[in-house]
Design a protein around this ligand. Structure first.
Ligand code: SF4
Length: 203
């Protein structure tokens, strides 16, 4: 059943009380998804970054700003989509004072899949866009996925369409302007495709 517009499918308090894996220990707080209860498109990233961990909201750091640009260019209003992460606590390693992102393990993804599944069931989107391979694995409940294949062909999963694209942080990690621009455009193209699929499905 779709979530009521004013009640998040998963609350911060629930995430802060979660002990399904150990990532809560070092993180500042759990970061629940955000967006309207009736969202027809859901974006799923890998995990909160450092800024998201501090602010307690998804996609508010540099990668989130790039995602905002991509959404804008694709003609999608951020306020109409539900945004979340496959894993709700920030996993990192310390390098001096810097907290460097660390990819969540399979066990951590599976543990946190409990919350992602709850969000998917409650929001009930028509189309899910997985940002990166970790998110795609988590959404599909698979141990491996081929990101390039899922970028070209959406997968039908539990009555929804799932497509994948690069995580915006991947674009930020590109060392040349050209590669960064090409990655960004690929994300925009995937978002446009998601919007087309959503219109088609919802018609
Ligand atoms: S990362 Fe997910 S499963 Fe692990 S403690 Fe946080 S909310 Fe629970």
């Amino acid at each position: 059943m779709p979530a009521p517009a004013n009640k998040p499918p998963v609350s911060r308090a629930q995430l802060n009380a979660c002990r399904r894996c150990t990532l809560w220990r070092d993180a500042t707080q759990g970061v629940p998804g955000e967006g309207p209860g009736g969202a027809r498109i859901m974006l799923v990233g890998e995990q909160p970054g450092s800024q998201e961990d501090l602010q307690g909201a998804p996609f508010v750091g540099p990668a989130g700003h790039l995602l905002d640009e991509a959404l804008h260019k694709a003609g999608i209003d951020r306020n109409t989509v539900y945004m979340t992460n496959a894993v709700k606590h920030f996993k990192f390693e310390l390098r001096g004072k810097r907290r460097l992102h660390k990819t969540p393990s399979q066990l951590e993804m599976e543990a946190c899949g409990y919350w992602l599944e709850r969000e998917i069931q409650r929001i009930d989107p028509l189309v899910i866009v997985a940002l990166g391979a970790t998110a795609a694995r988590s959404v599909l409940g698979r141990k491996s996925v081929t990101l390039s294949a899922m970028m070209d062909e959406p997968v039908e999963h539990d009555g929804r369409l799932v497509l994948a694209t690069y995580h915006p942080s991947f674009a930020l990690r590109q060392t040349s302007e050209e590669a960064r621009a090409a990655t960004f455009e690929r994300i925009v193209a995937s978002l446009r495709r998601a919007a087309r699929l959503e219109r088609k499905r919802g018609a």
